[in-house]
Design a protein around this ligand. Structure first.
Ligand SMILES: Nc1ncnc2c1ncn2[C@@H]1O[C@H](COP(=O)(O)OP(=O)(O)OP(=O)(O)O)[C@@H](O)[C@H]1O
Ligand SMILES: [Mg+2]
Length: 253
């Protein structure tokens, strides 16, 4: 089976986490997708709520633990560190029947801890290697995704609502891609979220930018109600229009 890495990005609040969850639902219902890993790469976290997972152990806490041992200077503990990184990282993985979940958490570096980052990267690579499909919910920027989670992204999905600022974000990312600043990302496409009936203006905008449109997820009251009640979006019925939008999008990925 060919391995696939899909990352979701876009301006704050456009619906990245909601869309990632809808896509998770659709992918878990597709046998051909193989083993799925869903990653929360947003330091603010929150995807685990939408996915109905309780765990908030993160790679960031492992990193803190490693840094603490490294700084305390106990020679033996330092030597054992390399072995423990794999173990600690594996413990962060929240395995489930339909998919596994990994939260990155805070990864900001104070000073240079390149060796720690290298150790972590190795451990994350080892973990992600076990999966066929990797789906990443990013923060507003996209820079951190490839530095910290994976080397390459097959499909980078920029989510936008119909606001001008959301649109500006996609044109900015497209410019970066055109300038060769995203060499780690193969395919760049856009998903329109919270659409109302007429999407022709949005499609015209994407066409002008020469951007591939994967599809639309309509604005949906049921989805919003689930979110505000803290219910996982995985439980939305298959007949829900937003779920159907995600199904069509998955076919194009
Ligand atoms: N298609 C939709 N229909 C109705 N409500 C939606 C839809 N998509 C997202 N929302 C609502 O919009 C709000 C923001 O969505 P979400 O948290 O997914 O955005 P985000 O891009 O992940 O935000 P952040 O940048 O803070 O991580 C949530 O309250 C969510 O329920
Ligand atoms: Mg989010």
């Amino acid at each position: 089976m060919q391995k696939r890495v899909i990352a979701v990005c876009g301006k704050g609040g456009v619906g990245k986490t909601a869309f990632t969850t809808l896509l998770t639902k659709v992918i878990t219902e597709d046998q051909s997708a193989g083993k799925l890993l869903v990653v929360d790469a947003d330091p603010a976290l929150g995807l685990h709520y939408a996915l109905g997972r309780g765990s908030i152990k993160t790679i960031g806490t492992v990193r803190d633990e490693i840094l603490r041992v490294a700084e305390e200077g106990n020679r033996q503990a330092q030597e054992e560190l390399a072995d423990r990184v794999d173990y600690l990282t594996a413990q962060v993985l929240d395995e489930g029947k339909d998919f596994s979940f990994l939260a990155m958490g805070h990864m900001d570096s104070k000073g240079c801890f390149c060796s720690v980052n290298d150790l972590l990267k190795g451990a994350i690579g080892y973990l992600t290697g076990e999966f066929d499909t990797i789906l990443i919910d990013g923060e507003a920027g996209i820079e951190q995704i490839n530095r910290q989670v994976v080397e390459n992204i097959d499909t980078l999905i920029v989510v936008t609502d119909s606001s001008l600022r959301g649109m500006k974000t996609i044109s900015h990312i497209k410019e970066m891609k055109d300038q060769g600043l995203l060499p780690f990302c193969k395919r760049l496409c856009v998903v329109f979220n919270r659409t109302k009936n007429d999407v022709s203006k949005l499609e015209a905008f994407a066409k002008e930018l020469n951007l591939e449109v994967l599809g639309c997820v309509p604005g949906d009251d049921e989805l919003e109600a689930f979110d505000s009640e803290g219910r996982t979006l995985l439980e939305l019925p298959d007949s829900n229009p937003a779920v159907r939008g995600a199904q069509d999008i998955w076919k194009k990925i």
